[in-house]
Design a protein around this ligand. Structure first.
Ligand SMILES: C[S@@+](CC[C@H](N)C(=O)[O-])C[C@H]1O[C@@H](n2cnc3c(N)ncnc32)[C@H](O)[C@@H]1O
Length: 287
């Protein structure tokens, strides 16, 4: 890494940012850890993918979440997901059933109602803020880890927001969860930077991911990205500019930029700021 970072912060980042302790990859008949393999991301549905792969005589490599239901020794957060918060927090099995029907079946709103997505909500400060500040929009979060997932929905509900829900899912598999044109605005704040060169293939921002995201969003919607990691930002910015998105904002020092006053400081952002680090920010629009 090019910046100085405290041991405490690194520990925090590892604790929050590496979801792969609960994710495995199905590769043929073999299960391997995700960090040994690459993602396959297209705008196709899971069924399309399997059919295309079968037609091509190939096996598809797809990440797979360990099912919530079969988990041995479920923690209080796992229990809360299917218990206390069952009306607004969905395990991976329930979440995929809403594909194409989030507005009507999860939020009980009309097709024109805005539906925004936050990917990787962490402990949910931004998620709760988004829901509370935008009562006329529906806000969905996705999180792979049970603890931050429950923290996020609990925080939003405690703030009185009823227009939000959260799903346990893997951001690399957005097309499992959403149909084309189902989403409005999308927020990705401080995803894992996967700093080492051999790990770049794991970065969430890839050209294929952006193609998928673009197809899932409605025209006129915006996609916001923030990271403390300049290397990752340069990588992402290159792909943003090469994508179908129109880049409308781009700064390598958000807090000294013209957009500083409109910015909500997320939990991780506050940690990085306290370390004196600059925040990189971009905003894209689906035209
Ligand atoms: C570094 S934290 C940032 C949290 C929050 N966005 C913030 O700014 O404070 C990243 C979060 O993304 C989640 N996450 C990481 N990879 C994910 C993935 N593939 N799908 C869904 N969530 C993911 C982690 O569990 C973690 O809570």
């Amino acid at each position: 890494m090019k910046f100085s970072i405290s041991k405490g912060l690194l520990a925090e980042r590892r604790r929050f940012a590496n979801p792969f302790d609960s994710i495995e990859i199905a590769y043929g008949n073999r299960m391997t850890r995700r960090d040994e393999t690459e993602m396959s991301e297209t705008a196709m549905t899971p069924a399309d993918l399997s059919a295309a792969a079968a037609a091509a005589g190939e096996r598809v490599r797809r990440p797979r979440l360990a099912p919530t239901k079969g988990l041995p020794n479920p923690t209080e957060y796992v229990v809360a997901l299917d218990g206390e918060f069952a009306d607004c927090a969905y395990n991976e099995e329930r979440a995929v059933a809403f594909r194409g029907k989030w507005r009507s079946d999860a939020f009980h709103v009309g097709d024109e109602h805005p539906l925004d997505l936050e990917i990787g909500t962490g402990n949910g400060f931004h998620f709760a803020h988004l829901a509370k500040a935008n009562p006329s929009r529906s806000i969905l979060g996705i999180e792979v880890k049970f603890k931050p997932l429950i923290q996020s929905i609990r925080r939003a509900r405690a703030a009185g927001a009823k227009n939000c829900a959260i799903a346990r899912y893997d951001a690399y598999l957005l097309q499992d969860l959403f149909a084309e044109g189902e989403l409005n605005n999308v927020y990705i704040h401080f995803p894992d930077p996967w700093s080492k060169k051999r790990q770049w293939k794991h970065r969430l921002i890839q050209s294929e991911f952006l193609d998928v995201l673009y197809s899932l969003m409605r025209p006129g919607s915006v996609f916001e990205f923030k990271t403390d990691n300049l290397d990752y930002f340069e990588w992402a910015a290159e792909r943003f500019h090469a994508s179908k998105f129109r880049v409308t904002r781009e700064t390598r020092d958000l807090h000294k930029s013209e957009w500083a006053s409109q910015n909500f400081v997320t939990h991780f952002e506050s940690i990085f700021l306290s370390q004196g680090m600059k925040i990189n920010y971009a905003r894209m629009e689906k035209v």
